[in-house]
Design a protein around this ligand. Structure first.
Ligand code: FAD
Ligand code: NAP
Length: 343
């Protein structure tokens, strides 16, 4: 375990916001965390868990203790002729896990290539992209209760996964340190059928442009990486935390009324009868795309991504986000909820 005082978090959040942690601990094992809980000096302190910092918004210096999860490890923990269970330490880089599986022909995570962050945060918001979500392959996770250090196992129903959502954002918010996550994947081999998800957005077009004649996990993940590299701002160059808001799902009746007024509105009917409307389209329609106020802006190609041009504070980003929410509400009557976690 590594402990530091007054640690700058600027390089540890992809928004690149300057804020400090009164106490900062990097843990490399379950035992590290349990040792930390036994330290009297830390007993009354608020404990916040940090992964790769790619889905947080810092709104000031943090007293208490920020715990960076660096628990490593990856292993196959179960195997049949056609399936495999892979368990990864919460501190592993998510994209490294995806590529580890792709290289071994374990199918199921390939559409989630190049999502920033660490494995431990993936179930927190049930990360998703290009028609796949963590919940599709999730087998279970292990966590420690932050209050006591007690080990707890979570099954899929325990996690209450929803669209970019889980129990860890609600009832158990701030109460668990996820230490490992397991995935049940398809073991590709001759005779095993697998349905690749390529119908989403421009994945098919990217595969065609790459002249892929036979689908493979590598081809699909390469296509997705290529789309992401061209469409999304690189946080190393321009501070951002990906989509700032979730895509809202509205009642079908509400959608029908909106569609009369805005026939071009993109829409995706959901299994629960609601209709998903891309937040990016709503924001762009209100004129925000490419707009900049001081150090904060709405990205020029991705209206859903707010960016820090340098020197922005969390409060600047929150004020900009609130103005966007107001104009979307005024024009379309739709409430946008932030996807990013206030830290
Ligand atoms: P952090 O930002 O460090 O933490 C996020 C939240 O999880 C915090 O509340 C934190 O306390 C909690 N947390 C972190 N680790 C643990 C743990 N071990 N135990 C308990 N709680 C924990 N997301 C998508 O879903 N799909 C995308 O396609 C996508 N694309 C993105 C593209 C870009 C350019 C960026 C910057 C972000 C994108 N994101 C996307 C958002 C982000 O990458 C994911 O939400 C990711 O899972 C966050 O991981 P992290 O390790 O950085 O978490
Ligand atoms: P896109 O392909 O331009 O599509 C715009 C929006 O329409 C997306 O938000 C997506 O919703 C929805 N959509 C498109 N095709 C769909 C389909 N066939 N079925 C259902 N919904 C569909 O989106 P993008 O901005 O370039 O992002 C591509 C993917 O990466 C998306 O899945 C997106 O969620 C993900 N991504 C997420 C983040 C993040 O921080 N959370 C950042 C960048 C990209 P969904 O978002 O629900 O898929």
């Amino acid at each position: 375990m590594k402990i530091e005082k007054n640690k700058s978090l600027k390089k540890l959040n992809t928004f690149g916001i300057e804020a400090s942690a009164g106490t900062f601990a990097e843990i490399f094992s379950v035992e590290d965390f349990q040792d930390l809980l036994r330290e009297e000096a830390f007993s009354g302190m608020k404990k916040r868990i940090l992964g790769g910092g790619s889905n947080i918004l810092l709104t000031g210096d943090r007293d208490g203790i920020v715990i960076k999860n660096s628990i490593p490890g990856i292993a196959v923990t179960g195997e049949t002729a056609s399936a495999v269970v892979v368990r990864a330490g919460a501190g592993m880089i998510w994209h490294d896990l995806v590529m580890w599986c792709v290289e071994r022909n374990y199918a199921g995570l390939e559409n989630l290539a190049l999502i920033p962050g660490l494995v431990g945060a993936a179930p927190v918001q049930n990360i998703g992209a290009y028609g796949a979500e963590v919940k599709d392959t999730f087998e279970g996770l292990e966590a420690l209760l932050i209050a006591t250090g007690e080990k707890v196992r979570f099954s899929k129903p325990d996690c209450a996964f929803g669209y970019r959502d889980s129990v860890f954002k609600h009832k158990l918010k701030g109460q668990c340190l996820i230490t490992s996550v397991s995935f049940r994947l398809v073991k590709l081999s001759p005779g095993v059928t697998y349905r690749y998800k390529t119908e989403y957005g421009n994945v098919q077009a990217a595969l065609e442009a790459m002249k892929v004649s036979e689908l493979s996990l590598r081809a699909v993940s390469d296509a997705i990486c290529q789309i992401r590299r061209t469409k999304l701002p690189d946080p190393a160059v321009l501070g951002n935390a990906g989509s700032f808001f979730k895509n809202p799902s509205i009642p079908a009746k509400e959608y029908q009324l909106l569609a009369k007024q805005y026939p071009a509105i993109p829409h995706f009917p959901q299994a629960d009868g609601t209709v998903k409307v891309p937040a990016g389209w709503l924001i762009e329609s209100c004129g925000w795309k490419g707009k900049r106020e001081g150090a904060v802006g709405c990205h020029k190609d991705q209206a859903l991504v707010l960016v820090n041009y340098g020197g922005a504070q969390g409060s600047d980003i929150l004020a900009f986000a609130a103005a966007i929410q107001k104009s979307v509400k005024d024009r379309f009557g739709i409430d946008l909820s932030p996807e990013v976690n206030l830290f």
